[in-house]
Write a protein that binds this ligand. Structure first.
Ligand code: NAD
Ligand code: UGA
Length: 461
């Protein structure tokens, strides 16, 4: 089975970049990315892509209009494809059974129904969205019950491991590609067809093949383990502050043990992003569904620690500013959930700003990539009223405008440009005492002290 034509349902942070990479590496394959969101598709077809990622624009421009297409015309794209990636969102369910924990699979289901409706011949369906174990069975059942023609389907699992901000390098040089398939002759044939697509640029030994359920579960487990490391080091950051230890020194000391390793040990104001919390909650729900209450509680605690890290940061600001921030200007540097992305989903900055506004602080936000409309939407979503946004939120054009007249400054995203701020200038612009709360430990501690700031740095005693 040779793949000549690929369709992808979902033109989001995963669908757009991953398909652009496949198109760039496989000029012999036609790749069509579909979404019903017209504005998103228009943006993919424009000079201002809907996703900011270093290096992405170049990759898209290399193939767009040749073997890479973005369209809202879903049905013909599905009908003409040999292989269909499903890259739709799987957010945490906000209603009904499993609300607040289970994955909402309505977009997966609508994609499966659409595929069944318009397909003919042999199709390979690839789950790239992150989903609970056994979702492939649900897709197979929906398709079997709605297959009006004589089409045949194989469902594969191929979870995506890219991280935002480094998506292009992650895809270009992945640690591994994981593909799960049914252990039948047809399943193995489909699996090898997808392996052959990736082999255009990924060495065969880095392509791991498993059964369907191992692949589906591995994605949730990978995110859970990564998030657990951050919560672990964040729990230690509080202990460092209490004892006079330095969390970065502790991270270095433990990370040089080859069994522990140095990555994902950077203490922060709490992990954000669309997936860690969602996937942890999904894992918790899955454990509970099998009456595995202790494993469920164990993974739930990773989220609890992350929530605590965000709220204790706000508490630190309020207590340090003489127990009140009422009417005080707080400069917020960074709103994205990490550097090098315009994505703010579950960013720690959202809850921190919400809680500061609840204390009647004036927050003045600067982020190099996040527009006001996004910040406004995020604050509305967590319950900040439009009236409070109008009265208590300002957007600054640069870090210095944010610092002007501020009682305190807080770094919430580790953008590189914050590492070499003109500290004497910032100090001069701020009210005195000039308080700094470095939630990412990126500012130089000695220079802050030298220039007269009252500085709190996460994880430093
Ligand atoms: P997203 O919200 O950015 O994009 C999803 C898109 O799917 C939306 O544009 C939506 O309009 C579209 N869509 C919904 N139903 C559709 C349908 N039936 N047909 C066509 N399009 C449809 O989401 P995302 O961040 O790209 O994440 C997608 C999946 O990938 C999720 O399961 C997520 O957990 C997983 N994932 C995300 C990342 C990441 O870095 N964002 C990394 C790895 C895995
Ligand atoms: C994460 C995983 O790293 C990807 O492998 C996975 O594909 C993706 O989730 C997903 O499934 O969506 P992402 O959320 O884009 O990627 O970014 P990360 O680099 O993992 O950062 C997540 C959050 O943890 C950010 O807020 C970041 O600032 C924080 N973080 C990360 C820390 O606080 N400390 C660290 O040491 C590392």
């Amino acid at each position: 089975m040779k793949i000549n034509s690929i369709c992808c349902l979902g033109a989001g942070y995963v669908g757009g970049p991953t398909m652009a990479m496949i198109a760039a590496k496989c000029p012999h394959i036609t790749v069509t990315v579909c979404d019903m969101n017209q504005a998103r598709i228009d943006a993919w077809n424009s000079d201002t892509l809907p996703v900011y990622e270093p290096g992405l624009k170049e990759i898209v421009e290399k193939s767009r209009g040749k073997n890479l297409h973005f369209t809202t015309d879903l049905k013909p794209s599905i009908a003409g494809a040999d292989l269909i990636f499903v890259c739709v969102g799987t957010p945490t369910k906000s209603y009904g059974i499993g609300a607040g924990r289970a994955a909402d699979l309505r977009y997966i289901e609508s994609a499966a129904r659409l595929i069944a409706e318009v397909s003919e011949g042999n199709k390979i369906i690839v789950e790239k969205s992150t989903i609970p174990v056994k979702t492939a069975t649900a897709i197979q059942s929906i398709i079997a019950a709605n297959n009006s023609s004589n089409a045949t389907f194989q469902v594969l699992s191929n979870p995506e491991f890219l991280a935002e901000g480094t998506a292009v390098t992650d895809m270009e040089n992945p640690d591994r590609i994981l593909i799960g398939g049914e252990q039948t002759p047809e399943g193995r044939e489909a699996l090898e067809a997808l392996v052959a697509v990736y082999e255009n640029w990924v060495p065969r030994e880095r392509i791991i093949t498993t059964n369907l359920w191992s692949s589906e579960l591995s994605k949730l487990v990978a995110n859970a383990f990564l998030a657990q490391r951050i919560s672990s080091i964040n729990s230690i950051s509080a202990l460092c502050e209490a004892t006079g230890a330095d969390v970065d020194e502790v991270s270095r000391a433990i990370g040089t043990d080859s069994r522990i390793g140095p990555k994902f040990l950077k203490s922060s104001v709490g992990f954000g992003g669309s997936c860690f919390q969602k996937d942890l909650l999904n894992l918790v729900y899955l454990c509970e569904s099998f009456n595995l209450h202790e494993p469920a509680a164990y993974w739930r605690s990773v989220v609890t620690m992350n929530d605590w890290q965000k709220s204790r940061f706000v508490e630190k600001i309020v207590r340090t500013l003489f127990n009140t921030v009422n009417g005080k200007r707080i400069a917020i540097l960074g709103f994205a959930f990490k550097k090098d992305t315009n994505d703010t989903r579950e960013s720690a900055a959202i809850n921190i700003c919400r809680d500061l506004i609840a204390e009647n602080a004036q927050v003045v936000i600067y982020d190099p990539r996040v527009p006001f409309a996004t910040i406004q939407r995020d604050l509305l979503e967590v319950g900040v009223s439009q009236q409070l946004i109008d009265s208590n939120v300002e957007i600054a054009a640069d870090p210095y405008a944010a610092a002007k007249g501020a009682h305190a400054l807080a770094t919430l995203t580790e953008w590189d440009e914050f590492r070499d701020l003109d500290l004497p200038k910032i100090h001069e612009l701020m009210l005195k005492p000039a308080f700094v709360f470095d939630g990412r430990a990126i500012l130089p501690a000695e220079a802050l002290a030298k220039h007269g700031f009252e500085a709190f740095i996460i994880g430093k005693g």
